[in-house]
Structure formats: C-alpha cells, structure tokens
Design a protein around this ligand. Structure first.
Ligand code: UGA
Length: 432
C-alpha cells in the first residue's frame, strides 16, 4: 500500500516507520522543519528504543521518506493517516484545530480515491467532522476510517508490531477490509466496528487503565494505615483472571501525554451529553492527591519544615524508557519542594534536558549521575522506576547522603534490599 502519515509525533512516527517495516511505501509528513530535517538526516526527534534503527532501515530500503510537503505526500496515495496532536484546551476538551487543518489540506491534495484514517485520539464524532470537512472541499471519492492507536511510549515499536488488538471503525465494509488486511500480519485480533464505537473505545480503554491505577493507589493508602502490603494485595488480586496483574503498581500516580489528557477529555465528552462521569472525576482527583503524598511524607519526616533541606530526586520522566516529561508527577513535586525552600538535586538517565526545557532552572541542581545527585542530601525521592536505580549499591548510596532517608515513590526496593543498611525507608502502600 502507499501510505501518507500526517504528523510525526509518537503515534504518527512509530506507525509510519512500522508500516514501512511491513513493506509498504510510507511518507511521513510534518510541518515542523526541525523534525523533518532530523528525520531526513537519520535521527529521530524523540527517545524511543529501537525506532531510529528501524527508521534508517526503512529509508535505506526505499520504503520510507520524510517531507513537509503534505500535498506531494497525499497525491496518488491509497491511505492517508491523520496522526496530529489533540492537546487539551484549558477546559480539558481536546483541541481539534490540528485535525481540522490537516483535513482541509488533505482535501485540497486528494487526486483519486483514498482511505482517510484518523489515528489521533479524538472525541466521538470527529471522524464524521473530518469527513464533512473533506467533502465540503472536494468531489474526489474517499472513505473514512477510525483507527485508534494503543501503543505505549517506551515500548512503542513492540506495541505496534505485536499489538494486543487492532480496532477499525468504518462504515464502508470494503475500506474496513483493506485496513484489516494491512494489520493482519501483526495480530489475529482485528476488530471491525462502527466509527463512533471505535472512537469511544480508545477513551474508555485509557480511562479504565487510569481507573485501575487510582484504585490501587487508594488501596495502597489504606494499606499503609492498616499495616498491609499493597504489592502482596495486588499480586493476589491479579491471580483472578478477571482482574489481571497489569496496571496495579501503586506509586505516585499516572502522568504522560495520554491518561491525564484523555481522562479529562472523556469527562468533557460526557458533560456535553449532560452526563456527569462521577467515577472518572474521582480517578483524576485521586491521581492529583497521590503526587503530593511524597511531599507530605517529607514534611512529616522533617517536622513540617522543609526550608534549607537538600533533597535528591531520581527520575524526571513520567515513566521509564522515555524522555517525555509531559504531565510528569516530578514537575509538580519538584515545583512544590523548590517553593518550600528545598535545594533539589535531580538526576534522570535521559529526560533532564526535556525536563529543564519545561521546568526552567531555578532551585534545582542538575546532576549527571544518581550518586552525584544523592551527595549531601537529607533525603532521596525516587520518582521514576528506571532500571539503573534498582541496581544501586545501597551501602555506597548511604555513604554519600547526609541522612539515609529514602522515599521510594515507585516501590522499586524491597525490605531485604535494605537489610544491613541504616536507611529509613518509606514506600507507597507498604508498612514502613
Ligand atoms: C498509555 C496507554 O497505556 C496506551 O495503551 C495508549 O496508547 C497511550 O496511553 C495513548 O493513549 O497514546 P503511555 O501514556 O505511553 O500509554 O504510558 P503507560 O505505560 O500507560 O503509563 C502511563 C502512566 O501510568 C505512567 O505515568 C506510569 O508510571 C503510570 N502507571 C502505569 C502506574 O502508576 N501504575 C501502573 O501499574 C501502570
């Protein structure tokens, strides 16, 4: 198939590169000249394991190219995939202006029949809106398909090449079948449905996963008070196949560019049809409170006064294996610490530059290594479970710190790891 992918964010770039890996002729389009220049020169503008190699491979095989010329990419193509951003407006509602602009440009560029698929996460009705926008500008025939994306950052390539399922929402059986054929080499689970259900299903999936996280975080908060261990509780719950073990890791809450945005957007979508999504409102509220629990623990340890303390922070990205810091809990936690007069010494294996770009520099000492960050610290907060943190020599760490206080926001360490050290250890949902 000839495929044009509009937007080289996580979703567009990973999908485009993976379709090329499957042997299709792919053109990825972006308006951002920096991104296109980076991609054309063999780099990738994001950190995603395995992606750069696949991109180079696709380009070398003549299956993949990058351009900022949307019209040229769309001309004569079989499939146009819209994968532009839908960032939140101040109300929480998804901003569809990039989708609308892409639809208009696609309409003006279509020369013959094509399938126009939307991969961006969009509110119910958006595919119809795109169809109407295109129809209003051109007589060229086309079909609309909703093709929601379920990849995770950090494991995006694997998630795309070995997905649990592919969902295709379409009202043309022929178009649905062509898109199904495109994905059958990847999975047996290709689900065909109507456009609105496909759009809704994506939000419902993210909202459900966010609910699982807030649920286990509340159980963790109760565990701390009743002397139970949330890791044991989650493990036992997960043995019931109806519950499953995934997404039951208690911690400082979810972040990233998807769950916070999509939960708020779904609350808005419900509101527009005069339905109050009470459960999801609570999920969002619990997540907000969860971030601050680390700060409350620190305050309790230091008798309510944080001014003048030095606190080391390990991990800035919203999860491991990514440099993405959008809605990372670390942003709010470090902001609060700095505003309370704490000197923060921060380290992340990958995400420090992107974090500094969003956060600024005031009050934070940026460190090149985990032990360096811990030097002279009165306490250490672990906020992202990067693998290297789990391998820390805790005796060496203890020597480096002024006070051996460890607050593990991701439950990376176990009781036995700390045996023989002087660490005062706090985690989430486990007896301390
Ligand atoms: C999420 C979904 O998992 C993907 O299926 C979806 O395609 C994507 O959003 C999207 O809508 O584009 P992602 O945001 O990359 O993917 O990251 P996740 O691995 O889902 O983690 C999200 C957050 O939840 C992270 O901050 C993580 O630390 C947190 N989390 C996850 C927990 O606190 N506990 C868990 O048990 C699992």
């Amino acid at each position: 198939m000839k495929i044009a992918v509009i937007g080289t964010g996580y979703v567009g770039l990973v999908s485009g590169i993976c379709y090329a890996e499957l042997g299709h002729a792919v053109v990825c389009v972006d308006k951002d000249p920096y991104k296109i220049a980076t991609l054309q020169s063999g780099g990738i503008p994001i950190y995603e394991p395995g992606l750069e190699e696949l991109s180079r491979k696709g380009v070398a095989a003549g299956k993949l190219r990058y351009t900022h010329d949307l019209a040229e990419a769309v001309r004569g193509t079989d499939l146009v995939i819209i994968a532009v951003g839908t960032p939140p407006l101040p109300s929480g509602q998804a901003d569809l202006s990039y989708i609308d602009a892409a639809a208009a440009e696609i309409a003006d560029a279509l020369t013959g029949y094509a399938i126009v698929a939307v991969k961006s996460t969009v509110p119910v009705g958006t595919n119809e809106r795109v169809r109407d926008l295109i129809r209003a500008r051109t007589d060229v025939p086309f079909d609309s398909v909703s093709l929601p994306e379920f990849l995770r950052e950090g494991s995006a390539v694997r998630d795309t090449l070995e997905p649990d399922r592919v969902v295709i929402g379409a009202d043309s059986p022929a178009a649905a079948e062509r898109i199904a054929e495109l994905h059958r080499p990847l999975t047996k689970q290709v689900m065909l449905t109507d456009i609105r259900s496909a759009e809704m299903l994506k939000y419902a999936s993210n909202a459900f996963l966010a609910t699982k996280i807030s649920f286990i975080n509340e159980i963790a908060n109760i565990c701390e008070k009743v002397g139970a261990d949330v890791a044991e509780v989650a493990a036992g719950m997960g043995l019931d196949r109806r519950i499953g073990t995934a997404f039951l890791n208690a911690g400082i809450g979810y972040g990233g560019s998807c769950f916070p945005k999509d939960t708020r957007a779904l609350i808005q979508i419900a509101g527009h049809v005069e339905y109050e999504f009470k459960l999801l409102r609570s999920v969002v509220e619990v997540n907000q409170d969860q971030r601050m629990r680390i700060v409350r623990k620190l305050e309790a340890i230091f008798g309510g006064e944080l001014r003048g303390k030095t606190v080391a922070v390990w991990g800035l990205s919203f999860k491991p294996n990514t440099d993405d810091v959008r809605e990372s809990p670390a942003l709010e936690i470090i902001r609060h610490l700095v505003d309370s007069g704490v000197v923060v010494r921060a380290y992340d294996p990958i995400a420090t530059p992107s974090f500094r770009g969003l956060f600024g520099d005031g009050g934070v000492v940026w460190c090149d290594g985990a032990l360096e960050a811990a030097r002279g610290a009165d306490a250490l907060c672990l906020l992202t479970e990067w693998e290297e943190f789990a391998r820390t020599d805790l005796h060496g760490l203890q020597e480096t710190m002024r006070q051996p206080i460890l607050i593990d926001g991701r439950n990376v360490f176990k009781e036995e790891d700390l045996a023989g050290t002087a660490f005062v250890y706090y985690s989430i949902g486990r007896p301390s």
